[in-house]
Structures are given as C-alpha cells and as structure tokens.
Write a new protein. Sequence first.
Length: 605
Amino acid sequence: MAKDTPYLDVQGLSKSFGALTLFEDLSFSIAEGQRVGLIAKNGTGKSTLLSILAGKEGYDAGDIIFRRDIRLGFLEQSPHFSPDDSVLDACFNHEGNPEKVLRAKQVLTQLKISNLNQPMGQLSGGQQKRVALANVLLTDPDLLILDEPTNHLDLEMIEWLEGYLQHGRSAEGHFQGRSRALLMVTHDRFFLDRVCSVILELDDHTVYTYKGNYSYYLEKRQERIDNRRAEIARANNLYRTELEWMRRMPQARGHKARYREEAFYELEKVARQRMEERQLRLKSSNVYIGSKIFECQYVSKQYDDHVLLKDFYYNFSRYEKMGIVGNNGTGKSTFVKMLLGLVTPDSGRFDIGDTVRFGYFSQEGLQFDEQTKVIDVVKNIAEYIDLGGGRHYSASQFLQYFLFSPEQQHNYVYKLSGGERRKLYLCTVLMKNPNFLVLDEPTNDLDIVTLQILEEYLQDFPGCVIVVSHDRYFMDKVVDHLLVFRGAGVIQDFPGNYTQYRRWLALQPASSKSAEKTDRQPAVRRNERQEGQRRRMSYKEKREFEQLEREIAALEEEQRQLEEALCSGTLSVEELTAKSIRLPALKDELDAKGMRWLELSEIEG
C-alpha cells in the first residue's frame, strides 16, 4: 500500500440507538503525523465514535479502513482491569522482558505510579486510568486513539504528556524517527491548542474539519456559524415569497412550476433550521454574602508521615475567586473538605462567616435515582432560581441554559452519558443558589461548550469561588488568585491566574526554583514576613508601583470596553478592524505591566 495512504479512512459512517441518531454519513481521514482533536457536546457520540474506530462497538453503515499492518493504541474513558493483577502485570506485553519492564517503570514513574506490585483492585479510578494510559504508550502504536487522556493527571503529568505527543517521543523518552498519528477527545483546551494540528467538530449528526489548532478552530467555527446564520436568514426571506406563490398557484402545474415546487420544499428545510443561540448571560444579583468569609487559622493536617498542611494561615476576602493547583496527593481536595467540615484538621480551625452558604461540587459526584426524569431531579431541589430584580429562571429554563433540550429534560437519568450526568450534578449544585461555590475538578467529563457556559456563569457570579482544577484554560478564565500546593505542607500564595504564575516562575533564577522544590517551610500569613528577609522598595520603585496600579486599572477598563464593543454587533468595518488590532496589543501591554507589578510586589513596601 502506498505511503501516502491515510492511516485511517472513514466513509459514510452512521450510528443510532433506537430512535436516537448519534451521527450520520460521517467521512474523514487521518494521515501519518496528524494530531486530531475531536470536539462535540456531551451525549452526541464522541466516546461511541472512538469505541467504533477501536473495534469495541458496532455501527449501522459505512466503511472504516486502516492502512495495512498499522498498530493501533486505544485509551478508553473508563478502563477495566482484573483486580488481582499487579500494576506491572496489567502493563501488557512486557512478558518478563527486562528491557520492557524498564520501559514500563519509566513511563509509570512519569505518571506517578510507584508501587508496581500493588494489585489493581487497590488503585483509585484515577490511578487505573493512568496505568491504562501507560499501557497505550508502551505499545508504541502508529495511531493513538485517546478518550480524555488528561483526566486524573496533575499539571506535571499533563505537561509531560504534551511533550510526548507533540514531539513524537518514544515511551522511554527518546525521539522517534517516524511521526505517529493521534485522534483524541479532551476538554483541556490548552492541551488541544498545543498538541493538535486538526480539529474535528461533531455537530448536528455530521462532522466539520478545521486544519489548525484550537485557537484556529474557534475563529473558523464562528465564521461557519455566521455564514450558516446568514444562509438561514436568506432562506427565510425567500421562503415567504415562495410560500405566497405556492398558495396562489393552481393545483395543475406545468413542468417549470413542478420544478419550482420541488425547490420550495428544499428551501423550506433550510428555512426551518435553527441555530442554537444563548442571547443572554445568566447574571444573578440576588446573592448576598457578608464581609466575613472564612479565616483558616494555622491549620495542620497529615496522614502518617505525609504532611499536607502545617500551621497554614489564610484570610479569605469577600468576592475572591481563588484557584487551587498542585500535584496529586498534595492536599488540595483535603483542604476544601476541611473548609466544608467534611474532614477534621489535626490542629487549628476554620472560622466561617455567618452568611456563608456553600455549594460543593465534588470529584465523587452524586448518585441519582436512575428512574427519575432529569427535570424532576432539579425540581426536587427548587422550582426556580431567583436572579433578583424580579427575574426568575424556572428549573426547565435553567437546564436549557446548560444545554439540556426540552426532550432531554424529560428523559430518565439512566439514558444520560457520563458527561451529561456530571452536567446535571452541576445544575443541582447551582440550583441551590449558594453564595460560595467550591468546585473540585469541575471540568472533568464536561464538553467544551458546557465549560464555556460555566466560565461565563462563574465570571458573573456575585459571590465567592474556590476552584480546584488541572484545567489551565478554565483557571485563566475564572480565577484571579492562586494557592499553589507544593507538597510536604508548602503552600504558595500567588496574586494572579495560572498563565501569569507560569510566566513568573519562568523568570525566577534556577537557584530559587531549586530551592522551591526542596523548601519544606510552612506557608504563613499573607504579607507576614520576618525582618531582614527581603530588601525594601526604593522611593523610585514605590512611585513606579503606584503608577503601575493606576495604569493596569485603566488598561483593564479599556479591555472591558473593547470586548463589549466587539460583541455589540454595532461597529462599522473600520471600527471593528481597529478594535480587533488594538485588543491583542492591549493584552500584551497588560501582561507586561502585570509581570512588573508582580516583581515589585515581592519587594517589601
């Protein structure tokens, strides 16, 4: 077979479950070296499509053609292992070969799996997913098919996997002469942007191809939607004219009239299409929270010799939106569970304000009654949510805002996909109308469209927010402050989002980075420093710091006005062009001034 034959060629693929059509007449191909991301809403068949391609599930019609002798590696969203197998035994094809065992140890170490003799039944679901990922990488396939590969990975693991997939490394870390192909489903938009060169969007039972990364996809998708919207508008205008003709014409029609009649019915199909639009953001003004939120008073917690927090102090501010990041096992989830009273500290306490009403979205999720209808799950919590100012959203409207169609709302829970269940769980948390949201890995298993809606909701949320997440894109959109859990009780307080933190970290000298890794001193009260620990600002630096604060505030206001104007739909072509050119330049200026402000803020005033 010729070398330019695609690794995978899909022609006319269709799949239905009863009356539900997932996709119809799908056609696409994947060439050697192409890294393809698959994007779709929850419940539209992403995981099903990957399972079909991997031979795990059947299909109704079409052809799936792989290049001859191609090696395929498939990572399922929820892999299954024999509970009695050891970690090493679960790594396929090692066959006791010392070289293969060494490879397995290297990859498992990168994925933070250290006990190779531990039975798989003793591992958490996240650990089992990482062993499954190691299995796929160790087979060193020509075509990787990955379903949510970043779920249950911490930031270090995600960045390692990015490098592996970007640069074609072998499982041992060496660069390969050949370039493997990749097809994956992931909600991690940073990951998509950095790894993928092609985006496939599964929408309205068909597939659209974008030959670029995630940023390119966003731009071109909007163009497609605008063009489709214009086409539907034109069809509606013409439809009204043709409908009048149809009503006036006699039943006995000539050949030309019959041709026009047939064209009318085709036009009617287009005119009756609807583009899904959300005209407003769900802004609530009916959330009150007092000035006292919570004070974490010198809290310590450890399990055996594993220290998570040690004498940690933090005073949480009103309206603060905090992100918590760090490697797995450093205490992030334990911290929020202590805040919520679900875990008891070894020493210290959390002093929580009287007006605080928590809404908690946990990693573990919620167990639903499978025979309950989706709408009833939410109505059992509240019939409506009060947005203030006389505005209300009914349970049905709220579900529709989070992309549950009226038909889906009257489905039973057992019919929902894993991602749809997570989305329903999110709706049950928000429907309680809390004033302090605590979200532990909220992005896992949610589709990108739902993540965009959730980002908007949290940006407009008038209360407090804590987000524990490894989703860098989501964190940048939502939070303005970080707690970085470094392990062994070390917690760094950083005034900015994740990208700003990474930029700041990159500017630090190598010696200080090394010191950070070995430092085991507990975090202390914000801005509380020992005398002589740092130099003081000079007069000139103080003036620069004050000037930067004014300039940053002015630039942020200009950015807000620019973004509102660009979304208004009222600009002329010249104004639109000028503002589109100004916005990225303004963001660069904000980043530069923000980094200088961070440098000066590290000096004592």
